[in-house]
Design a protein around this ligand. Structure first.
Ligand code: BGC
Length: 270
């Protein structure tokens, strides 16, 4: 694989090396979710959180200005953040050229919104903006369950929706939205997300049957080398991952609640 950079062709290896820091560098990572907004200062070389993790409940309705104000509040709580510290913000929607292009589980006002601009203005500093599953997925490959994996890694986050991320040789292919594969005339996340398991009171074997439908399709479409399953429910992985019948190895995420924060911070310095 090669890409154009300063008029020169770059190999995948150069691209990879350029994205990965080789010394300690610090950035704020913010992870916006349907129920909570979390943030911390991260050493993007090691992935380590070097501050406490701060969390505030997502404002009711998920309106853009309210969420931006909450992010501002969290950045203000983190010690040792200078005006030069890079800030990465991960958000549960398609994040393209700083705009949010979808809004499955947040206010519809996000659709088409200049989200990066809203956060930059509210915070009074530039930010890097990304999809939440992309941030979490990248973090798992850099620092977690697929540390330095050189193949094709497909990461899913099972939460309110289903987030998906694809990383090949350490390089992220952004904005995959496979939680919106169509199943029974709707997004498959409305059938198989963890929120559906909770809402419908499914037991783990019942839920695993639904996950099987999802992972069968992903496996047939991508033939990945590894599946990683994240989201809060991944701490109960032994109750459902062994029930899935796949040819691809499937492992729980390692970074749990911190993956989005770590990935958002990493993206802010790449
Ligand atoms: C959104 C994705 C997001 C995922 C997990 C889906 O509903 O469309 O952009 O990554 O939920 O939050």
């Amino acid at each position: 694989m090669a890409s154009q950079h300063n008029g020169e062709q770059q190999t995948a290896e150069q691209l990879y090396a350029e994205q990965y820091p080789t010394e300690h560098q610090y950035a704020v990572g913010i992870d916006i979710g349907g129920t909570g907004i979390k943030g911390a200062l991260v050493d993007v070389f090691t992935g380590e959180l070097v501050s406490d993790r701060f969390k505030i409940a997502t404002p009711e309705g998920g309106e853009p200005e309210d969420i931006a104000a909450t992010v501002h509040e969290i950045v203000g709580m983190i010690p040792d953040v200078s005006p030069e510290t890079p800030v990465g913000v991960a958000f549960p929607a398609i994040a393209k050229y700083g705009k949010t292009l979808s809004a499955s589980n947040v206010s519809k006002r996000w659709i088409g919104l200049e989200a990066a601009e809203l956060f930059s203005t509210t915070l009074g500093r530039p930010i890097t903006f990304a999809n939440d599953a992309d941030a979490a997925g990248l973090a798992e490959v850099r620092y977690g369950a697929a540390h330095n994996h050189q193949g094709l890694v497909f990461v899913t986050t099972l939460g309110t929706g289903i987030g998906t991320a694809l990383i090949y040789k350490g390089i992220l292919v952004p904005n995959l939205e496979f939680g919106h594969l169509q199943y029974n005339g709707d997004s498959i996340e409305r059938y198989a997300a963890n929120s559906v398991r909770e809402r419908e009171g499914l037991d783990y074997p019942e839920w695993a049957e639904r996950l099987q439908v999802f992972f069968d399709q992903i496996e047939a479409l991508f033939t990945p080398d590894l599946f990683i399953v994240g989201g809060g429910v991944s701490k109960s992985h032994e109750k459902f991952l062994p029930l899935l019948k796949l040819n691809t190895p499937i492992v729980p995420a390692e970074l749990r609640n911190n993956a989005g924060i770590m990935g958002a911070a990493a993206l802010a310095v790449s």
